[in-house]
Design a protein around this ligand. Structure first.
Ligand code: AMP
Length: 368
């Protein structure tokens, strides 16, 4: 099946063309609408994509859509009703869903005969049971304002958990895997038999693990205090917690390579930041071991998870009593399995591939 996967942002379109699992072409149209940018608007960007790649015989377009609310638990063929629903969900993802809607509108206009499918970051987490997705606040508020844990990075967690089961020869229907997606954004997920049962991001991608510029879990009182006592406007607090927090806030650097370099030189701020970053991962691993009743595997993925032996070793240090051990030589060379042979819990490194997962989900939906 020939499938074009589109990831449309507010000022960029990332694309990849697949023939089944083989990549035929990929590229990025950037700085849309900016002076000197690649394209004047999203329609011009899409036209550029269509000029750059051979779309003859295209079977489908797959669109990455960040927020599907509780309405979408799987990839879904796009029609007017879906578009209206995604529009209704804009308040839950004000930066991301409008861009996806633009990408969908332009692709439907320019490729009217080609089926289009939406693949949602949130969909995989719709299997989290209510006690894992509900916040313990007044239900009158949560019901009226759609407040709950949605979770994100779903295509990555789904892909990586499935690949881990394949790698270890575990039955997909029963494998218990803790996936740790550690990139610029970061989240943990507990996957039981291919279904998400817990994840660290919540109503937004701000909660859970420490990230490049996002704070992860904090007491909500921090926000009241910054507003009432420090006098910061709410928009400034939001900007600080999403753009100037995490590794950026702790060290002034958001790139883990730089922070690790400073840590190796004995820099105090970098040492605290890495300790905090890794301890938060360890806390989530402990929580998810409990939620799952033990795990077959813990898998690291995304930029930091795939490439930082230090973060992996530091995050899982001291867990031998729980059957979790890392083999240093395997870890240092970024092997696929970095635990010793025969370990009770396998520790793995599996590169994520969200576009490939999107293409696979599109093919599954259309072959039904
Ligand atoms: P992603 O969002 O998956 O592209 O991941 C981006 C993050 O991966 C950034 O924080 C990078 O600093 C980090 N990263 C990339 N390569 C390495 C590396 N070799 N060691 C540590 N972190 C890395």
């Amino acid at each position: 099946m020939k499938i074009l996967v589109l990831n449309t942002g507010s000022s960029s379109v990332k694309y990849r063309l697949f023939d089944d699992t083989a990549t035929l072409a990929k590229g990025l149209v950037e700085r849309i609408g900016e002076p000197g940018g690649d394209a004047a608007d999203h329609e011009a960007a899409m036209q550029r994509v269509m000029a750059e790649v051979d779309l003859a015989g295209l079977d489908a377009v797959g669109h990455r859509v960040v927020h599907g609310g509780t309405e979408f638990a799987e990839a879904t063929v796009i029609d007017d009703v879906l578009v209206a629903t995604v529009e209704r969900l804009v308040p839950l993802a004000p930066l991301h869903n409008p861009a996806a809607l633009t990408g969908i509108a332009v692709a439907r206009k320019l490729l009217p005969a080609v089926p289009q499918v939406a693949v949602f970051d949130t969909a995989f987490h719709q299997t989290i049971p209510p006690e894992g997705s509900t916040y313990a606040i007044d239900t009158a508020l949560t019901d009226r304002w759609q407040i709950r844990r949605y979770g994100f990075h779903g295509t990555s967690h789904a892909y990586v958990a499935r690949k881990t089961a394949e790698l270890l020869g575990l039955p997909a229907a029963t494998a218990k895997v803790i996936t740790l997606h550690l990139g610029n954004g970061a989240s943990a997920c507990a996957v039981d038999g291919g279904r998400s049962v817990a994840t660290s991001m919540g109503m937004s991608p701000l909660s859970g693990l420490v990230m490049g510029t996002r704070c992860g879990d904090i007491d909500p009182t921090v926000i009241f205090h910054l507003h009432r006592v420090a006098g910061l406007p709410i928009e400034e607090i939001e900007r600080s917690l999403t753009r100037s927090a995490g590794m950026q806030g702790l060290t002034g650097d958001n790139d883990m390579r730089t922070v690790e370099h400073r840590w190796q030189q004995g820099d105090h701020a970098a040492t605290l930041a890495i300790d905090l970053y890794c301890r938060r991962i360890k806390e989530y691993v402990g929580m998810y071991l409990a939620v799952l009743g033990g795990a077959d595997a813990i898998t690291f993925t995304a930029g930091i998870g795939e490439k930082s032996p230090e973060v992996r070793a530091h995050s899982l240090a001291g867990l031998t009593a729980l059957g979790i051990t890392i083999d240093d030589p395997r870890n240092t060379r970024n092997a696929q399995i970095i635990s010793p042979d025969g370990a009770a819990v396998a520790v793995c490194v599996v590169p994520t591939d969200e576009e490939l997962e999107i293409a696979g989900q599109v093919a599954t939906v259309l072959s039904r």
